[in-house]
Design a protein around this ligand. Structure first.
Ligand code: FMN
Ligand code: ADP
Length: 318
């Protein structure tokens, strides 16, 4: 996938395109269905398939108090978009200046200027331009002027009838339902960040944990214990993950996202690692003793083995 980080980066001879435009937060199943349709249309008409997206949620600038936490960072989003097979993604910096561009000027400079748009796929509720003044109707009118067709795509629904949306995935994650979220995302939900120093206690408990930096990439699921994969330098390790402020111990103010890789002993401080959530095991508990915490962690480890299909360590007889 080619990546353009501004309209100026699009080469003049890039060619005619079919495009879709949006936040694509999470690149969930609904997004993927749209991107498949986009690629079909592009192939039928010998056009290149392009996604136009933003470097942040426009709401973070326009209405920060009600802007939701993103499901994925821009980096994670671009990786996921790349895996869908689209030819290119144009990432627009959503700053004050862009927020003030009128609907007409946006179409003239981006869709009909930097890009040679022939087809655009949008949802029925698509809004664009300053104050969201542009709608599908206006886009159609502008399409006649600039020579592109507008195709409106229906909402993609789950079997249960609920619309697939980033909001739905966010609600599931905030409730710890990572397996269900993964089903809608069509990929495991993940967070990633640098491994930093924790309280240096894990090793003493028999469960060293790689603690992620304070603001990792990706939406942090509800506090609790999870079965997950810890990805280090491209290798996946089965892991028991804990999210919360370790209530058994006093004085951890910040929420910790930490992963214990089963059967491993490695030094991964300073590495950028990814945690892919598979299933929820239990909530965070304030134990009355460290022994009862460790006992529960042992049970968690066994549960992780069952969920991920990792056999128990071979017992060594001396
Ligand atoms: C599988 C697992 C389950 C955990 N469950 C709890 C828990 O229920 N309550 C709690 O206070 N801490 C829990 N923790 C977090 C531990 O308190 C924490 O890993 C330990 O204090 C080490 O912290 P450190 O990495 O900052 O040294 C859990 C950790 C793991 C790996
Ligand atoms: N199996 C393992 N899973 C996770 N981290 C491990 C493991 N074995 C060793 N480590 C290393 O030990 C560190 C965690 O040790 P710990 O005593 O919990 O200290 P901290 O409080 O800094 O997390 C990790 O950051 C990692 O570098």
């Amino acid at each position: 996938m080619e990546l353009f980080e501004s309209i100026d980066a699009v080469p003049d001879d890039f060619g005619a395109v079919a495009l879709t435009i949006g936040k694509f937060d999470g690149v969930h199943g609904g997004h993927r269905a749209v991107l498949e349709r986009l690629q079909q249309i592009a192939a039928e008409r010998s056009l290149r398939s392009v996604v136009v997206t933003f470097d942040r949620n426009p709401m973070s600038l326009l209405k920060p108090e009600s802007c939701p936490q993103p499901l994925v960072s821009t980096g994670q989003k671009l990786e996921r978009l790349g895996s869908t097979g689209v030819d290119a993604t144009l990432v627009l910096t959503f700053d004050r200046a862009l927020s003030e561009v009128s609907a007409e000027d946006f179409v003239a400079t981006v869709l009909a200027g930097a890009l040679e748009t022939r087809v655009i796929l949008v949802g029925a509720d698509f809004r664009f331009g300053a104050q969201g003044a542009g709608d599908v109707e206006l886009l159609r009118t502008l399409g006649e002027k600039h020579g592109f067709e507008v195709i409106v795509i229906d909402d993609i629904e789950l079997e249960a009838g609920r619309r697939i949306s980033s909001t739905f995935v966010r609600e599931l994650l905030a409730d710890g339902q990572v397996a269900e979220a993964g089903r809608i995302l069509t990929a495991l939900h993940s967070v990633r960040g640098i491994v930093v120093l924790g309280q240096q206690r894990g090793r003493e408990l028999g469960y060293p944990t790689a603690n992620l930096e304070r603001m990792p990439e990706g939406f942090i699921p509800a506090d609790g214990v999870y079965a997950a994969w810890l990805v280090v330098d491209g290798t996946r390790f089965a892991a028991a993950v804990s999210i919360g402020n370790n209530p058994t111990f006093e004085g951890v103010a910040e929420k910790q996202v930490e992963a214990h890789a089963l059967d491993q002993d490695f030094d991964i401080y300073g590495k950028r690692v990814e945690i892919e959530f598979v299933d929820f095991i239990r909530g965070m508990v304030k134990f009355s003793s460290i022994d009862s915490l460790v006992e529960e962690m042992r049970r968690d480890e066994e549960t992780v083995r069952t969920i991920l299909g990792v056999p128990a360590k071979a017992t060594l007889y001396k």
